[in-house]
Design a protein around this ligand. Structure first.
Ligand code: DHB
Length: 393
């Protein structure tokens, strides 16, 4: 169509058609908005920084247009407060008319928002929060990070097979900590291990000292630890200060405690710590090497496991929009997400069609010095691991 015929056909449009155009559903509009809600300030700001950095990297690498739609990312800071997350989600749905909600740095933030996703029929991509129950709370929730049962059971099995007979569990006292504690205990005891004590530390402003004293008094072979991303360095510092490393008590857990973002600041106390997790900055694939390099260049920090939840969350959104050919109907988008598979910097990733959960490799890793840096070096792989608490019907 040349300019003149285009102008002609435009003037031929009736006022009624123009009005209808203004009221077209989101599916026919040109911009697709993603409301990205993250803790960008407060004690969990590292999670926000990692996911925001990864989402922007994904867009830089893959362009800001999918199926003819321009992608617009709207970042909001909830500072880790559930009431704020919920209010921001409401505003994003009602005022900004977002097609997707994404982010969710902590379980309570995801749980507070789940009813809004259902009501608004808005796909809600959980990139960080790891409590198993989250995806049961709305059919519009799809997760790209991990679940605690999924990341925990491999280390429980590994410990029982590697001469760890007695353990104490020490977890942050909120839902993902309870998931980790429960799954560790059931797997470890089923394999013949013994749990001597189960300790829960407050989530906010944790002081580990009194709990570490109790670990020391129980004299286990290992302490199983779950703390959320960003908190591992405080734990390690207090562990070393109380001399538990010298007492020969090993640290094991899912990989949150040896978070790659802060691992380098932990020092020698972290050396030799064995964890199970879905992502290490040291994962030896060509894709991951390129990812780590590009992420560092863009964000000036090393990517951790939270970052891949964000990166793959964007991949999921792009792939779903491509599959619906730009249709922004929430039900169609979620349907398109189910069963998708692709290669992630972490390794192969599939979205389970029934549970809307990530199916992915779990790696057993040990903290080692590589060059001048501490890294989680993978030495065993369990392939295509699912959340063991979710059994297909
Ligand atoms: C959750 C938060 C974290 O930072 C983490 O490492 C694991 C789980 C959560 O709130 O679900």
């Amino acid at each position: 169509m040349n300019k003149r015929t285009l102008l002609k056909s435009m003037t031929a449009l009736s006022a009624g058609a123009l009005l209808a155009g203004a009221m077209l559903p989101a599916a026919a509009q040109d911009t697709v908005k993603i409301g990205l809600i993250l803790p960008m300030t407060g004690p969990f700001a590292s999670t926000g920084r990692q996911i925001d950095g990864a989402a922007r990297l994904y867009m830089q690498q893959n362009g800001a247009t999918v199926a003819g739609k321009k992608i617009e990312l709207i970042l909001k800071d909830d500072a880790g407060a559930p009431d704020t997350t919920k209010r921001l989600a409401q505003e994003l749905i009602v005022n900004d008319k977002v097609t997707f909600l994404a982010g969710f740095g902590l379980t309570p933030l995801a749980l507070a928002t789940a009813p809004l996703a259902t009501e608004g029929k808005v796909p809600m991509i959980v990139m960080a929060a790891g409590t198993s129950i989250i995806t049961d709370r709305s059919p519009f929730i799809v997760r790209t990070g991990f679940t605690l049962p999924q990341t925990t059971y491999p280390i429980a099995d590994w410990a029982a097979k590697n001469n760890i007979k007695k353990a104490v569990t020490l977890v942050s006292d909120f839902a993902p900590g309870v998931d980790a504690e429960t799954v560790f205990k059931s797997r470890f005891t089923a394999a013949g291990g013994q749990v001597l004590a189960e300790l829960r530390v407050p989530l906010r402003n944790p002081d580990f000292a009194p709990f570490l004293q109790r670990v020391r008094d129980a004299s286990p072979d290992a302490v199983f630890v779950f703390v959320p991303s960003g908190v591992g360095s405080i734990f390690m510092k207090q562990f070393a200060e109380r001399g538990l490393d010298k007492a020969g008590i090993k640290i094991i857990g899912p990989g949150d405690v040896t978070d790659d973002d802060i691992l380098n600041d932990m020092g020698d106390v972290a050396l030799g710590v064995v964890t199970s997790h879905h992502y290490s900055a040291a994962h030896p694939s060509a894709m991951n090497k390129a990812y780590v390099e590009a992420f560092r260049k863009m964000n000036n920090i090393r990517p951790n496991f939270m970052s891949v939840g964000g990166y793959d969350g964007m991949a999921l959104i792009y792939k779903a929009l491509a599959a619906t050919k730009g249709d922004t109907n929430g039900e169609k988008l979620v349907a398109a997400m189910k069963g998708l598979s692709w290669e992630s910097p972490r390794g192969p990733l599939t979205i389970d069609a029934q549970f809307r959960e990530p199916v992915q490799n779990m790696y057993i890793r040990k903290v080692e010095k590589v060059g001048n840096e501490l890294h989680n070096v993978e030495f065993e792989t369990l392939t295509a691991v699912k959340d063991p608490t979710k059994v297909a019907k």
